[in-house]
Unconditional design. Structure first.
Lengths: 196, 178
């Protein structure tokens, strides 16, 4: 079954009217996708630490149980940190949503096919880890329900969104890690960010 | 002649609490057994078991983004699993405190532990982590206390290496019996 959705459309939809959503994106394409949707101080875009997007989101979700955290990452990035699905499932934070933008390719390194192109089913893995609400999303008509679930589903949520493999113009968020951290903390914590 | 043994795990747990650490991530090690149990028994501490030490780097980064202090517990072999992700700690100036029980030192019975144990300090320092070492049980708590202050006042990664002499594992049977 070939994918029909485009990744930038999906990520823009996930981030439109985001309210007080806290967002973590993974190296690399989902970081560019989120930047294309509009740079935001409450998005922490990973430029490195590949495989760690879910864990950054988990740490944030555990520290901020009153806020919704959305991790948007790619299939290559998630495959590198698959154990983090198990770790997140053990914790079951009620405020964490994970969306894997799955183009079945390593988009930054020459479009080699990833494991998902060979049938590895990340949603089934998430479910088997204990993320009860895990599903594959293939059609644009499913996006409104996906947006609702990522923001309000009561409990840990996972979706694997199948998208077209395409090379896109890079849209880059700020690169300076210290800046990205400091502006996120200021936007979230206010004065505490400077005094903690 | 033997002095009263120092309960370093209890002292460290108290220090973590005093410092406001609310989250502890760990990949278990025999040497951390008691401290892990103390953290699990503490209702004010979120205790996160991880599949690999690498996950801990993301965990502490996310926690700090959310305004929470954390600490990591791991074995020296786990340091080999976190190298690339330490780049995020350095680049973003995230505070990180890692308490690392040493293997592969004097008294080690498993030769496969030796290469990573001997490289642990150098690997951490190569990635910008400041390393403090505790050679005796009495030195552990002060070292952890200092590490917490340094990491959270200066926004950097600090590791406390807890000597195998403190842990005391000298044979496979001792490890099994823990």
């Amino acid at each position: 079954m070939s994918a029909s959705m485009k990744r930038r459309d999906v990520v823009s939809t996930l981030l439109a009217n985001r309210g007080d959503l806290l967002v973590v994106t993974g190296l690399g394409s989902t970081t560019w996708d989120a930047a294309a949707a509009g740079d935001h101080p409450l998005t922490f875009p990973l430029w490195g630490a590949m495989g760690n997007a879910v864990m950054v989101g988990l740490g944030l979700a555990l520290a901020q149980p009153q806020r919704r955290v959305l991790v948007i990452t790619g299939d290559g990035e998630l495959l590198m940190g698959m154990g983090s699905l198990a770790t997140a499932a053990v914790q079951q934070p009620a405020n964490l949503s994970i969306v894997c933008i799955d183009n079945e390719h390593f988009g930054e390194t020459g479009m080699q096919r990833t494991h998902t192109a060979h049938g590895v089913d990340l949603a089934a893995i998430a479910k088997a880890c204990g993320i009860q609400h895990a599903r594959v999303v293939r059609e644009a008509s499913e996006l409104p329900a996906l947006v609702t679930d990522t923001r309000t589903h009561p409990g840990l949520f996972f979706a694997q969104v199948k998208v077209v493999a395409e090379k896109l113009v890079l849209t880059l968020p700020p690169r300076d890690g210290g800046l990205l951290k400091a502006r996120f903390r200021r936007a979230l914590l206010g004065e505490l960010a400077d005094t903690q | 002649m033997s002095a009263t043994p120092v309960d370093w795990a209890l002292a460290v747990h108290n220090t973590l609490t005093q410092a406001g650490v609310k989250m502890v991530g760990y990949v278990p090690d025999g040497g951390h057994k008691r401290l892990i149990e103390l953290c699990h028994a503490d209702a004010n501490m979120k205790t996160v078991v991880m599949t690999t030490e690498e996950e801990g780097v993301g965990l502490v980064a996310g926690a700090w983004l959310g305004g929470e202090k954390s600490a990591l517990l791991m074995q020296s072999s786990g340091v080999g699993n976190i190298i690339n992700c330490l780049g995020m700690i350095a680049e973003c100036r995230f505070p990180m405190v890692a308490l690392i029980t040493m293997r592969g030192e004097l008294g080690e019975f498993n030769p496969w532990q030796v290469p990573m144990g001997q490289a642990t300090r150098e690997v951490l320092e190569s990635m910008g982590v400041i390393v403090e070492r505790a050679n005796t049980a009495a030195e552990v708590e002060p070292a952890v206390n200092a590490a917490l202050r340094l990491a959270y006042n200066s926004y950097c990664g600090v590791a406390v290496l807890i000597s195998q002499r403190v842990i005391g594992i000298k044979s496979f049977q001792e490890q099994v019996n823990q």
